[in-house]
Design a protein around this ligand. Structure first.
Ligand SMILES: Nc1ncnc2c1ncn2[C@@H]1O[C@H](COP(=O)(O)OP(=O)(O)OP(=O)(O)O)[C@@H](O)[C@H]1O
Length: 757
């Protein structure tokens, strides 16, 4: 039956060997002590343990084999390599009070406790012990903690019992054999044994490989013609930054961040980028791509003519937070130079940015939307002097929502510029790169594409088809018992992230949130509080999936498996960064099987684990969640009312402002956008891109050839459909690659076998 699923199922021994979760290693007695009261003393205790664990873990979980750990690399940088100082100075509405969901939640908790107390007092007749327990289960945190003690034991026992599944054993089926079949299906392709089954499998695969081969050859020819040959352009392997001919101020900036030895992507990118070549770069998450493009930019800028200030470099990022982070790292690296920067992202004061742009900063770090706003509406700002264009998370930029904006930005840059693209999931698809207008780029792919970091343990918790309603209970159980700090949890929607934050708050877990429904101030604050260990859990949407670098995130939990494999890699890439250990836990539904297979296939078997949450634990937490559902609704309602009140206040202010300064306000020129209102609306409604695009192209004459977006095959599809199709194509490509690798390995193996005479 191909490969057994032993490699995949986590046994208790495996667990001991491979899983280092400090909280689980504590004495049960110590846990009892800590869990019994969550009052002040308990919290203090938790903090001390938290610190102890941090210190202990610092030494234990760092991978000394990692390329840039030899000199202390990943571990010696400052605790806060970035901050949001620049972003904070540009916050709008600083004086406006905002809703504090935490206040509403703690008020609700207090009310519940008081209600419970008064019920007990009123009840003159002592309740039978059993009822008392039930009552406490629903409302009392301390008793809930006692449940956890049992749960700790349960969890340890049950980790290996079921082949793959939450509480599958309790359901009585499927049998272990069924489980093995399911999992080995996915594993078979990786098996090294020469079983008949596998040979059959190979025959099937080879058929499709034959079909693919012709296409591949053509594609390969196109690539050979398009890309600059790498060997010619990479002068040599660099073991240190000083061997790269970098100037002293840059070396000092690097040392200041604790960067002593370049990472692989830095060693390969910096020399090529210094030659002014276009670059298409890919390396796993957390491998130092930011410095790989910032360092050569700074070095080149040191030699800029200084007579006349102009904006020479543009760095584009898909999210505001990532842009703020890149800006902050760049400013720190340039700490010993006179290079100037400006952060241009949505959600922050346009006026302040306009003022900064007037000074013609050397480098602008921006999100596309706000940048276009400035190109159109900020007097005197343009990109006609730009010499370098960088697109971080470039593959994301090519997706819908960005593609049109990108075309507009590229149109504003001179053709002679240097262009560099980076992403952990970068592809070398020629069509895409032509669209990004790269010229004869050097392809610098350091790691095997579509892989997670080597120090990442990927766990999966199965959610059976009829048990989808268990998700919140499972998440709560995992967080109460096992993953207690530095956990980022990804959700598909803002509403789900918000509701879970409320649920966590109601059970006394310290959680924050990061998604698009928050004000920019709240978003920055959440990230900083999470970075500074003030909150243990960050409930996030994919807004936080790419690029964010928070030192020491222990665990990434995917409440839902993302629908694209690349997105999965970016999410789990928030941990196990810069050579450190990390763990991801993904709740996998029946519909996610394909994605699960891809994750398993792309990892070493030692990296992949199965986690089982016992059925009785799930049941207990489910009851808890259900008992809190009305309170969640009340909190949401209160929040809604508060928001309505605030919005009314804002309207009032606005009207007062209009009355007082109406003339001045109406005299200002209206801000324009590169699309007409109708076009914008149309694009937002995500409909018929073909009509929209062709109209825009006709309007914008003369249009540079490079901006003509040829995407005939997606024409007429809705945005969602197109994204789905593109994601499926990406995934197909990945599977194709995997099959190809396997076939060539097999061919090589056969070729290596001694031939009969
Ligand atoms: N040469 C170096 N020595 C030590 N640490 C480094 C070095 N280069 C980068 N780092 C650290 O590695 C971490 C990851 O870097 P960075 O955020 O640039 O990764 P990335 O490859 O861009 O990740 P992602 O794909 O998630 O965006 C950061 O904390 C950074 O400070």
């Amino acid at each position: 039956m191909g490969k057994s699923n032993d490699d995949f199922i986590m046994t208790i021994d495996d667990d001991d060997d491979n899983i280092v979760i400090p909280d689980e290693e504590k004495d049960i007695a110590e846990e009892e002590e800590q869990d019994k009261d969550q009052s002040k003393a308990g919290k203090k205790n938790k903090k001390t343990n938290k610190k102890k664990n941090q210190l202990q873990q610092k030494d234990e979980d760092f991978d000394n084999q990692f390329t840039f750990a030899l000199d202390g690399g990943g571990d010696v940088g400052p605790a806060k390599p970035w901050d949001f100082t620049a972003a904070r100075t540009m916050l709008k509405n600083k004086d406006l009070e905002r809703t504090s969901i935490d206040d509403i939640i703690s008020k609700k908790r207090k009310e519940t406790k008081e209600l419970k107390k008064s019920q007990k007092i009123q009840d003159s007749k002592p309740a039978p012990a059993e009822n008392d327990d039930d009552d406490d289960d629903e409302n009392d945190d301390n008793d809930d903690d006692e449940e956890n003690e049992n749960v700790f034991d349960d969890d340890d026992d049950d980790l290996a019992e079921d082949g793959f599944g939450a509480g599958a054993k309790e359901e009585g089926k499927p049998t272990d054999e069924d489980e093995e079949n399911d999992i080995s299906e996915g594993d078979e392709d990786d098996s090294a044994t020469d079983t008949e089954d596998e040979d059959q499998d190979d025959v099937n695969m080879n058929n499709s490989d034959d079909d693919d081969e012709e296409d591949d050859e053509l594609e390969q020819k196109r690539k050979d013609a398009y890309f600059a040959p790498e060997e010619e352009n990479v002068p040599k392997e660099h073991q240190s930054f000083s061997s790269m001919n970098l100037s002293r101020p840059i070396l000092k900036g690097l040392a200041n961040l604790g960067f002593i030895k370049p990472t692989d992507i830095q060693a390969r990118t910096i020399p090529v980028a210094l030659l002014g070549k276009d670059i298409c770069g890919g390396a796993v998450t957390g491998s130092g791509k930011t410095a790989a493009f910032v360092v050569p930019i700074l070095e080149r800028l040191l030699y800029r003519p200084r007579q006349q200030a102009s904006t020479r470099v543009l760095i584009l990022c898909p999210t505001r937070e990532l842009a703020a982070q890149v800006h902050s790292v760049a400013v720190k690296l340039a700490g010993y130079t006179d290079i100037t920067f400006c952060l241009c992202v949505g959600g922050l004061s346009v006026k302040q940015q306009e003022a900064d742009l007037k000074l013609k900063p050397d480098v602008v770090v921006a999100t596309p939307g706000r940048l276009i706003d400035h190109i159109r509406n900020s007097m005197g700002f343009g990109l006609d002097q730009s010499e370098i264009l960088v697109m971080d998370e470039a593959d994301r930029m090519l997706e819908d929502g960005f593609a049109d904006e990108l075309g507009e930005i590229i149109k504003s840059c001179p053709k002679s510029r240097q262009t560099m693209l980076f992403s952990a999931t970068m592809t070398d698809n020629v069509d895409q790169l032509v669209r990004m207008s790269l010229k004869n780029p050097v392809r610098l792919f350091v790691d095997k594409s579509n892989q997670a970091a080597t120090r990442l343990i990927q766990e999966f918790v199965r959610i059976r088809a009829n048990r989808e309603s268990d998700r919140s209970a499972i998440l709560l159980a995992l967080c109460r018992k096992t993953f207690k700090k530095k956990v980022i949890i990804f959700f598909r929607s803002k509403a789900a992230a918000h509701q879970m934050k409320i649920l966590f708050g109601l059970v006394g877990l310290n959680a924050g949130e990061l998604h698009g429904n928050l004000t920019q101030e709240q978003r920055l604050e959440s990230l900083e509080r999470f970075r500074d260990l003030e909150i243990d859990y960050l409930m996030a949407t994919d807004l936080a999936a790419r690029g964010l670098d928070i030192k020491g995130i222990d665990t990434v939990i995917n409440y839902n498996m993302p629908t694209q494999f690349a997105q999965y890699l970016h999410r789990v890439g928030r941990t196990a960064r810069a050579g450190r250990n990390g763990r991801s836990v993904t709740l996998v539904g029946e519909q996610d099987r394909k994605m699960l297979k891809m994750a398993v296939k792309s990892a070493n078997s030692a990296q992949v684990k199965n986690r089982v949450v016992p059925m009785d634990t799930i049941q207990r937490y489910k009851e808890k969640v259900e008992s809190l559902s009305s309170q969640i609704q009340e909190v949401l309602q209160e929040e809604k009312e508060d928001r309505a009140l605030r919005s009314a206040e804002m309207q009032l202010r606005k009207s007062e402002n209009l009355l007082a300064h109406g003339k001045e306000i109406y005299a200002r020129p209206a801000r324009t956008w590169f699309q007409t209102e109708t076009e914008k609306k149309k694009a937002q409604e995500e409909n018929t891109p073909k009509e929209y695009r062709s109209k825009k192209m006709d309007d914008a004459k003369p249009v540079e050839k490079e901006n003509k977006i040829k995407r005939g095959k997606y024409d007429g599809m809705s945005r969602h459909k197109r994204r789905r199709v593109q994601a499926m194509e990406d995934d197909e490509d990945y599977m194709k690659d995997a099959r190809k690798q396997k076939t060539s390995a097999k061919k090589a193996k056969k070729a290596a076998q001694p031939r009969r005479l």
